[in-house]
Design a protein around this ligand. Structure first.
Ligand SMILES: Nc1nc2c(ncn2[C@@H]2O[C@H](COP(=O)(O)OP(=O)(O)OP(=O)(O)O)[C@@H](O)[C@H]2O)c(=O)[nH]1
Ligand SMILES: [Mg+2]
Length: 294
């Protein structure tokens, strides 16, 4: 609509022509009315975007209290992100969690066979040459990408312009300031490719995972790769957990890798590798660790 606004001018000149120049300024008036309607609609949409933004922020804050790593699916529109999310919902490894389902409809909790878990989030698809004003609008839904532990870039490798789409996605990502977040590239729709075997050989060389969200091909490899990447992004912490915070200790065991625990008089001293959100949550207890050691 913002794009349309300054381009309305020429739309009504035919009215004047039809009237044979009798009613000069007729089109002019109509343009003003149209502009007013557009401005009202733009205003309403902006208010709505703001409330979406607020909502998602609340989701994120609530998620922080359950510090499971968040994995975001990003990629060009139509790459198969939503299909992949849904495929995982159907897989045995995934536990649909009511809590999260109500928290955020585009986020699912995935539980691995190892017992580890993560949240998988679907995002809006990217497109080429996104106008700057649109980037701003999308930002509301894309903000949470920047808080993920891992970005999974889903590519429709069967698309003739796959290379260009990859570039476009990387371009948008660079605008979102997420360079520091680990990434995993996934070539989707291998079932649709001319030579799936050749593609898989090529992918193996590039550390890319080949999947078909449609047939389920490669899903196990995908989950393994996510697991490995998440492990690599863990942060080493040492914290003192008081006995009345036993739930935190079990969370550490559940989503982190525990190196050492030492039971002390008033709590447990634990050394572990944990996802960044959990490390943040443990920050106040890490101070205690210093006093406990000395
Ligand atoms: N052949 C084939 N088709 C697939 C595969 N995965 C997804 N599709 C199809 O691709 C189309 C787009 O899938 P979506 O999951 O909606 O794509 P998306 O990335 O979520 O798209 P946006 O939400 O627009 O960004 C659908 O028609 C899917 O059925 C796959 O592995 N193989
Ligand atoms: Mg989608």
């Amino acid at each position: 609509m913002e794009y349309q606004l300054p381009r309305l001018t020429k739309m009504w000149t035919h009215l004047e022509r039809q009237a044979g120049g009798q009613v000069k300024g007729m089109g002019e008036k109509q343009i003003e009315v149209d502009k007013r309607i557009l401005r009202t609609q733009i205003g309403a949409l902006k208010t709505e975007l703001d409330s979406v933004r607020q909502h998602r922020k609340q989701y994120r804050n609530r998620r922080l209290s359950v510090p499971v790593p968040v994995v975001s699916l990003v990629g060009y529109t139509n790459a198969g992100k939503s299909t992949l999310l849904n495929r995982l919902t159907g897989a045995a490894v995934l536990a649909e969690d009511q809590l999260f389902a109500t928290l955020d409809p585009t986020t699912r909790r995935v539980q691995m066979k190892s017992g580890k878990e993560f949240l998988l989030t679907d995002t809006v698809g990217f497109i080429q040459k996104l106008p700057t004003t649109l980037v701003a609008a999308f930002r509301a839904t894309l903000e949470e990408i920047s808080e993920s532990s891992l970005l999974v870039h889903v590519v429709d490798i069967s698309h003739p312009l796959a290379e260009k789409q990859i570039e476009a996605v990387e371009g948008v990502l660079s605008e979102l300031d997420v360079e520091a977040i680990p990434k995993l590239m996934v070539w989707n729709k291998v079932d649709n490719a001319n030579d799936p075997q050749k593609l898989k050989a090529e992918a193996a060389k590039k550390n890319v995972i080949c999947i078909s969200a449609l047939t389920g091909d490669g899903i196990k490899e995908f989950l393994d790769a996510v697991q490995t990447k998440l492990k690599e992004s863990l942060v080493r912490v040492e914290a003192f957990i008081p006995y009345d915070k036993g739930d935190i200790l079990s969370t550490i065991h559940q989503i982190g890798v525990v190196e050492r625990t030492e039971y002390m008089e008033s709590g447990t001293l634990v050394r572990a590798h944990v996802p960044l959100p959990l490390a943040r949550l443990l920050a106040p207890m890490r101070k205690h660790a210093v006093t406990a050691v000395h």
